[in-house]
Design a protein around this ligand. Structure first.
Ligand SMILES: NC(=O)c1ccc[n+]([C@@H]2O[C@H](COP(=O)([O-])OP(=O)(O)OC[C@H]3O[C@@H](n4cnc5c(N)ncnc54)[C@H](OP(=O)(O)O)[C@@H]3O)[C@@H](O)[C@H]2O)c1
Length: 304
């Protein structure tokens, strides 16, 4: 996910200003005038931190094509946090305490912006890792949670960002919105809604993939070859998504194509009879419940 976000930013910058990414810009940050929604200063230098050599090599290859000033570090996050103005945390949720709790990290983050995309890791949880054993007047970082999804790889993510209290400065808010609009669409939700949004947006592509697979399976069972079945099912879903995105209500879309006595209405009734609606709704609820208990003593995965 971290690579997809960086790639989105670099791609935008490389289209906007080639000098900026190649290092020909005179300063580390530049005034951005063309795009009014962009923050005043855009990033120009990047550090990507990972653990293993294999991942480092993969990321060097993936990001290498942007000709950007990016340094890939293995097990060497502290200098990167020290150098940057913004830290993006995109590790596995159970690695968060190790990374944020490492020596020097609290100091390196002081006064900076920390954005986490880690599922189920709350702002309070990160705050506690960083500051539970410090004096109250220590300079803190600003922590913001965001939840993108796998479609970030094709710049089609639905990303939810938790609102902050107190509100972020206008410039920080712009910067965060700008970062995540490089990889798709952004919506703000209160922190309490992050678990259900993680289920809906983070897991949503997997749920949609199962529906596509199920539609294709029906056609394959009737003798259609797999290639055609998957291509048709996915394009049907993509077309529906396009109509829904234009504002069509799902119920009206269903109604519009349900000719009396026709195939669609009978197919829909079979879906309802099989409990598709309540099953999918339950899947979102169950997914949100599991996410909400990640890292707590009630973590449901411990029982399984
Ligand atoms: N994938 C999604 O669709 C999605 C959507 C929304 C949110 N998220 C969240 O994004 C986070 C990452 O998910 P992902 O799918 O991108 O996982 P991933 O591909 O496994 O990426 C995690 C990265 O964190 C690095 N890492 C772990 N511990 C580290 C440490 N101590 N120091 C430096 N780097 C470390 C790993 O490096 P190595 O590979 O070298 O171990 C790896 O590159 C998760 O918290 C997940 O909840 C993912």
């Amino acid at each position: 996910m971290g690579t997809a976000i960086l790639a989105g930013i670099m791609e935008y910058l490389s289209e906007t200003d080639k000098d900026l990414l190649s290092g020909a810009a005179r300063s580390e940050t530049v005034q951005q005038t063309k795009d009014e929604s962009a923050p005043r200063k855009l990033p120009t230098k990047f550090n990507a931190c990972v653990r293993s050599r294999e991942t480092a090599e993969r990321i060097r290859k993936e990001l290498g094509k942007y000709n950007a000033r990016v340094t890939v570090r293995e097990n060497d996050s502290l200098p990167a946090i020290n150098q940057g103005d913004v830290a993006l945390l995109a590790c596995e949720p159970d690695a968060v305490s190790k990374i944020l709790g490492a020596d020097g990290v609290r100091k390196a983050l002081a006064g900076k912006l920390l954005i986490s995309v880690c599922a189920g890791v709350t702002e309070q949880g990160m705050h506690d890792i960083l500051y539970s054993e410090t004096a109250a007047d220590v300079q803190k970082c600003t922590i913001v949670r965001a939840m993108p999804n796998v479609a970030a790889a094709i710049r089609e993510s639905m990303t939810v960002i938790a609102t902050s209290d107190p509100a972020l400065s206008e410039e920080t808010d712009r910067l965060i919105t700008w970062i995540f609009t490089r990889i798709g669409i952004v919506r703000r939700v209160p922190p309490a809604a992050m678990d259900v949004c993680t289920a809906l947006c983070g897991s949503g592509p997997a749920f949609a993939a199962l529906v596509v697979e199920s539609m294709a399976a029906g056609a394959i069972s009737m003798g259609l070859n797999r290639g055609d079945a998957y291509a048709m099912a996915v394009q049907a879903v993509r077309g529906s998504a396009g109509l829904l995105l234009e504002g069509e209500h799902p119920a009206l879309l269903r109604d519009k194509i349900s000719t009396p006595g026709g195939g669609t209405i009978n197919g829909l009734l079979a879906m309802e009879e099989g409990g598709l609606r309540s099953t999918v709704a339950k899947a979102v609820r169950e997914s949100a419940r599991v996410v909400g208990q990640m890292g707590t003593e009630n973590e449901v995965n411990h029982e399984r």
